[in-house]
Design a protein around this ligand. Structure first.
Ligand SMILES: Nc1nc2c(c(=O)[nH]1)N[C@H]1C(S)=C(S)[C@@H](COP(=O)(O)OP(=O)(O)OC[C@H]3O[C@@H](n4cnc5c(=O)[nH]c(N)nc54)[C@H](O)[C@@H]3O)O[C@H]1N2
Ligand SMILES: Nc1nc2c(c(=O)[nH]1)N[C@H]1C(S)=C(S)[C@@H](COP(=O)(O)OP(=O)(O)OC[C@H]3O[C@@H](n4cnc5c(=O)[nH]c(N)nc54)[C@H](O)[C@@H]3O)O[C@H]1N2
Ligand code: SF4
Ligand SMILES: [Mo]
Length: 762
């Protein structure tokens, strides 16, 4: 029997409460724990330095929503105040730690350091000395910069360009990112793997296919003109807290928020934002979702096709718009018409009534922004998911005008800048031509390795030298056993990092591993820039570090020195690239939309990347029209228990589709806080399951079970009952990464981190 849509409408019915209530108010995201967190952090011994950093004119380190910069630490691009969240404080707090005490590396063997959890690695402190681990040694030892430069140059020189690679994470600056790719490409390698390969690559590819541009087409102002938001596969209350302010405002002006998520995330129902202290905090939180749909994980193309079908049947397709501004709609309409409601509802687990109700609410909106994050991209059909969102936006006439459009919610604070700077294996033609003109030679035609291809290549012994500009390549990848083995087959691994992480202890090169300390964004002694997920380029002022006796280096200085040693002044004076103003001049010449960066040192004027925000329905495709195409529905059949070796006699259990996601208190592979009170998960060795699955399989709440995946098993995991769709479960990454082999989306190479078949047994 189809469910009553009211059953999932939090405005009309209370959400299911987890049976073990957490200590804090789990029905509210944000709220008092946030105020408490601010108070603790700012009253701590590093409090004064923390405040100084918060008010420093540089962008927030943490997420790509983007806050701070020239308008001041607490302001967004429109100059609105109070736009810093606790996540930002957490990130700064970790950067303000003292240097790692020398006795840690001198006294502890690598085997001991490998026992440390992700949180314990981070708590060792800041890296402040260059370190090396040589073949056969069980220790990292200190090394001087002269030797570092000589060794890294030698490691790059002796490798065939196809055996050189880099990996990067999106916290470094545009200038460092630009230099990184310029160096690799000048040497003849396109092996520029990046964390975005594990993240929003399906968004970039899917949006490029449809609109010819791979980023958000709305800006903050436009979002403020919307009266509808569809938020799919995002836990924004934890991962992009200031986006919640926009949703609160939208609800306050009578707008509609449709949330699509298999987990009834507390903060998506109600969120207490310190930016609205009276109404939002004291009033018990502001309502976020107007309507909450809880589909089967991985079924979003079916959900979106259902919304499209309901729009078609109620005559709510924006036909004039579609016919004037898109191609390919005929095939898409044919797919919508030929796919039955039975197929759609059985695939996504939602009722026709729910989908029709949601479509009718959307059709009543004047301007809708479609936003999404990892719940959409982390699937074997991630790119199809993104295209299905884009199709829905076009069919409903919600693109190419103010207040409407598609908005991928990006991850790392400068991950989008890395893509713009050309750190990608999908370099766009205009930038390729500009780089070739700059370098006076053709770039290598050999396709580069993305992150998964890099791991596979390293595993077969095809990589000699790897430079990691930040990140945790080991911890972020699926199949930790393979990741460790693959990195161990690379001759030289060079990590540039601010703080130690598990990857520095498990991702060891065969001959040598260098661990080199760098300044973070607010310490770098020269100006840098970053780009937010909404295409806003921020300028970071120079800073200083508290690590006064440390030997930190700026990433730009390191890369320019390496490039100079390798290439001298052929065809540009690489040492001149020590000067970030010159790097910005080269960026202005080669990166489409970045012309305004040339003047930024004199004007200090931050800017929106040109050509990205579409306020009119003329897109960046060859003919200016959106390119629609059908999106196939995925086969979501799960293997049965025998696939995992079956259950032993007397054992109980079931096969579930596991979502691996972030807890409230972590930033990617860096864990700050053990538990997640919003989901009622008191520590990290937990699995969130629906109460129905627990009882039907004969397991018990809080029982310790084993979770068996294709690649590995985790034991002593506590079952936590919670508001998650039946058939699905949730565990925290990176601990869960040992469970799965990589199943990737063929279009983007991004792993299906949100749909990992596992057997839960106990
Ligand atoms: N505090 C903090 N902020 C961060 C980060 C962090 O680790 N900590 N990381 C940064 C980075 S790099 C990124 S990419 C972003 C990540 O931001 P998010 O994408 O919000 O992070 P995840 O924890 O991966 O959560 C994804 C959400 O998708 C839902 N989901 C899972 N499967 C499906 C599905 O099949 N369909 C739908 N519709 N939903 C699904 C999950 O229930 C969850 O709510 O955050 C950035 N900001
Ligand atoms: N199972 C599972 N796996 C996932 C995900 C998931 O949801 N589930 N999410 C995926 C996603 S979306 C992402 S983006 C990746 C994240 O993968 P990565 O980006 O590779 O990992 P992080 O944990 O963000 O990297 C943190 C490290 O960066 C370094 N760092 C911090 N700031 C700086 C800086 O300014 N400069 C330099 N040089 N280094 C710095 C610090 O040493 C810190 O330890 O993980 C992916 N893996
Ligand atoms: S929402 Fe993101 S960018 Fe804004 S303050 Fe919080 S972590 Fe920083
Ligand atoms: Mo990410």
């Amino acid at each position: 029997m189809p469910a009553d849509p009211a059953a999932t409408d939090p405005a009309r019915s209370a959400p299911a409460t987890p049976s073990a209530p957490p200590p804090e108010d789990a029905s509210l995201g944000g709220g008092w724990p946030v105020i408490d967190g601010w108070a603790r952090a700012t009253l701590s011994p590093s409090g004064p330095r923390l405040w100084q950093t918060l008010t420093h004119r540089s962008a927030c380190l943490s997420c790509a929503w983007g806050t701070g910069g020239q308008k001041g630490g607490f302001r967004d691009e429109l100059g609105e105040p109070l736009q810093r969240c606790l996540k930002s404080v957490e990130a700064i707090g970790a950067e303000l730690q003292a240097g790692v005490p020398p006795e840690v590396f001198a006294g502890r063997s690598l085997s001991e350091l490998q026992q440390l959890s992700s949180a314990a690695c981070d708590r060792l402190g800041r890296l402040d000395q260059p370190l090396i681990r040589r073949q056969g040694s069980d220790h990292y030892t200190t090394i001087g910069w002269d030797e570092v430069h000589a060794l890294t140059a030698a490691a790059f020189r002796c490798a065939d360009p196809s055996r050189l690679a880099s990996y990067s994470s999106g916290r470094s600056s545009n200038e460092a990112a630009f230099l990184l790719q310029l160096l690799l490409r000048a040497l003849g390698s396109n092996n520029l793997a990046d964390c975005s390969d594990l993240c929003h690559a399906p968004s970039t590819i899917g949006l490029s296919r449809v609109f010819g541009s791979g980023t958000s087409m709305v800006n903050l102002e436009s979002l403020q003109q919307a009266d509808g938001v569809v938020l799919v596969g995002s836990n924004a209350p934890a991962n992009h807290p200031r986006l919640m302010n926009e949703l609160i405002r939208l609800r306050q002006r009578g707008g509609f928020v449709l949330v699509i998520n298999p987990v009834l995330e507390a903060g998506l129902l109600k969120f207490g934002s310190p930016a609205f202290p009276i109404r939002s905090m004291l009033g018990g939180g502001s309502e976020i979702a107007s309507l909450f749909l809880q589909p089967i994980p991985g079924s979003d193309t079916a959900v979106l096709l259902g919304l499209q079908k309901a729009l078609l049947e109620r005559g709510a397709i924006a036909w004039d718009f579609v016919k004037s501004h898109s191609d390919g709609w005929q095939a898409l309409i044919a797919q919508i018409e030929s796919t039955s409601w039975d197929t759609i509802t059985s695939r996504c687990g939602l009722s026709r009534e729910e989908l029709e109700h949601a479509a009718s609410r959307l059709a009543a909106c004047r301007a809708v922004v479609f936003a999404w994050a990892m719940g959409i991209t982390h699937h074997a059909n991630g790119t199809d998911n993104v295209q299905a969102i884009a199709n829905t936006a076009v069919l409903s006439g919600n693109v190419g005008r103010p207040g409407a459009g598609t908005m991928p919610i990006r991850g790392h604070s400068n991950v989008q800048g890395f893509g713009s700077m050309g750190v990608t294996v999908h370099l766009r033609e205009p930038m390729r031509r500009a780089l070739e003109a700059l370098l006076g030679r053709s770039l290598s035609p050999v396709p580069g390795y993305d992150t998964r291809a890099l791991i596979e290549a390293a595993d077969r012994g095809a990589v000699d030298t790897l430079l990691c500009l930040g990140g945790n390549l080991f911890g972020a990848n699926p199949d930790s056993t393979q990741a460790r083995r693959a990195l161990g087959r690379i001759d030289t691994v060079i990590h540039l990092a601010t703080k130690p992480n598990t990857g520095h202890f498990h991702g060891l090169g065969a001959r040598q591993t260098l661990l080199l300390p760098v300044f973070n964004r607010f310490e770098t002694p020269h100006r840098t820039t970053v780009e937010s997920g909404n295409n806003w380029v921020r300028l970071n002022e120079p800073g200083t570090t508290h690590l006064r006796s440390g030997q930190l280096i700026s990433e730009v200085a390191f890369l320019a020195e390496l490039a100079h040693r390798l290439l001298g002044d052929d065809p540009i004076d690489w040492r001149r690239l020590q000067d970030p103003v010159y790097v910005r001049a080269l960026i202005a010449r080669t990166v489409p939309g970045y012309e305004a960066i040339n003047a930024i040192d004199t004007t200090h004027r931050e800017f929106e990347v040109a050509g990205r925000v579409f306020a009119t329905p003329r897109f960046a495709t060859a003919n200016g029209r959106a390119q629609l195409a059908p999106t196939p529905l995925p086969d979501l059949t799960l293997p049965d228990a025998s696939h995992f070796g079956g259950l032993a006699t007397g054992e109980r259990g079931l096969v579930l589709s596991l979502i691996t996601a972030r807890s409230y208190g972590q930033h990617n592979t860096v864990v700050y806080k053990d538990g997640d009170s919003y989901r009622g998960m008191p520590h990290r060795q937990t699995i969130l399951m629906s109460p129905e699955d627990i009882s039907s399989s004969g397991l018990q709440a809080h029982q310790r079970v084993s979770v068996q995946g294709d690649a590995g098993r985790l034991d002593a995991i506590e079952i936590i009952p919670g508001s998650i769709r039946r058939g699905a479960a949730l565990m925290f990454y990176p601990e869960a990464n040992g469970l799965m082999h990589a199943v990737v989306d063929p279009a983007s190479g991004t792993p299906a981190f949100k749909r990992v078949p596992v057997l839960v047994r106990g």
